[in-house]
Design a protein around this ligand. Structure first.
Ligand SMILES: Cc1ncc(COP(=O)(O)O)c(C=O)c1O
Length: 415
């Protein structure tokens, strides 16, 4: 469909009204009924992110070294905060990117080029990942002429390290573990994957896009979590998103490396044009100053205390939901999540039919298959809507069982 730019401009008030009208059909995430796409840590956090974004909206991370020392300083702080939270050694390094997909792309490219510099033939080489890993690895592989080999997960939905060991070949470059994975919200056994990576001499990447800025605070709150970060010696790179549980404005993630010599292989350098040598650390050229500033401001605004309080609220919401769900006939959780993601299904009713009814009542969430389940990605703001959700869920489950309803929708859905 082609649209045409108006001949003349429109005043801003009219445009704002038009945009508000456009948004009328959008998910009302502020009401705590959307458990996917948006992380709602409250109006105060949102205001800090927005104001900081506005302050640096026109500045460019590309020119940080020459023109915007403010951004350089803020990015260095943000990367430092992340490294500190993820148990990194002194010489670990990292960069900000636009999101989880870019962080994963950069880690895969860095791994590939690091191996290539060691004389390996990397054409068509393999990334070995649990079935539950995010498709960002497949996107990276498609762009970098690599291949992802996915291995079924265990019955507790965690990576099956023994099965992954069987799948290692002389083409394998990288092992992937998630902390946590998106579909079931469980953390893979990163320590065991580390053992395998050491034995087989492989690069281990931890996808902590969801948990990187959540798990450290949950642990400080006393939740028993296995080692999932640079504390595991074989972990060479980690992706961790600021625009998820870091509560930053969208367009902000981090990618970390155990040491600077690994990161060398991330850099892109080009000199064959009239402007001299251009070196970019990540995929982007221009990088939004607003996203850097908003991440910095939200992190400093919340501090460790603030993040711990947010983590507590999310975990409380998840526990209350889990209890309520387990009390519904036939319903149960898939796996034992410990952070903010959870998936549940039913042994004797069509959970997608339940999801259809919940969607009609305005609850927006993802669907998982297999096994069929409703997926919730919780924010601190969901604590206030737990009772409403459970009440609607009980009604929906009862209707589905009473009328033996089935859903027309097939398969999982996320976007
Ligand atoms: C575990 C995990 N990794 C990576 C990503 C990709 O992140 P993004 O959507 O920011 O590119 C997601 C997104 O939900 C995720 O859940």
């Amino acid at each position: 469909m082609r649209t045409r730019l108006p001949e003349t401009g429109t005043d801003w008030e009219t445009l704002q009204a038009e945009m508000r009208a456009y948004a009328e059909d959008d998910a009302d995430w502020r009401a705590g009924r959307t458990a996917v796409y948006v992380f709602n840590a409250g109006e105060d956090v949102l205001r800090v992110a927005k104001d900081a974004y506005r302050m640096f909206m026109s500045e460019n991370g590309l020119g940080a070294a020459r023109a915007f020392p403010s951004l350089k300083r803020m990015e260095a702080d943000v990367v430092g905060f992340g490294l500190d939270l993820l148990g990194a050694p002194e010489d670990a390094v990292g960069d900000m990117t636009s999101g989880g997909t870019e962080s994963i792309l950069m880690a895969v490219k860095t791994c590939r080029d690091w191996w290539r510099a060691r004389g390996r033939d990397v054409a068509g080489a393999e990334i070995l990942a649990p079935q539950s890993a995010h498709p960002a690895f497949d996107k990276a592989a498609a762009l970098l002429s690599l291949k992802v080999v996915r291995v079924p997960v265990r019955s507790d939905f965690q990576a099956d390290v023994a099965a992954m060991e069987q799948a290692v070949t002389d083409r394998t470059l990288m092992l992937v573990g998630s902390a946590p994975c998106f579909p079931y919200g469980v953390i893979d056994p990163i320590g065991e994957l580390g053992g395998l990576a050491e034995t087989k001499d492989l690069w281990l990447h931890v996808d902590a896009c969801v948990g990187g800025y959540f798990a450290p605070f949950a642990r400080m709150n006393g939740i028993d979590l296995p080692a999932f970060d640079f504390q595991v010696p074989a972990v060479r790179s980690i992706s961790a998103d600021l625009h998820k549980y870091g509560y930053a404005a969208k367009g902000a993630s981090t990618v970390f490396y155990r040491n600077a010599s690994l990161r060398e292989h991330q850099l892109f350098q080009f000199s064959g044009w009239p402007c001299g040598t251009m070196v970019t650390p990540t995929l982007a050229g221009t990088r939004p100053g607003g996203a850097i500033a908003a991440a910095w401001a939200v992190m400093k605004y919340l501090g460790i205390d603030g993040y711990r309080a947010k983590a507590r609220a999310v975990v409380e919401a998840r526990e209350a939901l889990s209890e309520g769900i387990a009390a519904i006939d036939g319903m149960r959780l898939w796996g034992q999540p410990k952070l903010g993601l959870m998936t549940f299904g039913s042994d004797d009713a069509d959970i997608f039919a339940v999801a259809d009814i919940m969607a009609a009542k305005g609850w927006v969430s993802a669907r998982i298959d297999p096994p069929r389940g409703i997926h919730l990605m919780l924010s601190p703001a969901h604590l206030a809507t737990v009772d409403d959700y459970l009440s609607d869920l009980r009604d929906a489950a009862a209707r589905v069982r009473r009328n033996d309803l089935t859903s027309a929708s097939a398969g999982g859905s996320y976007n």
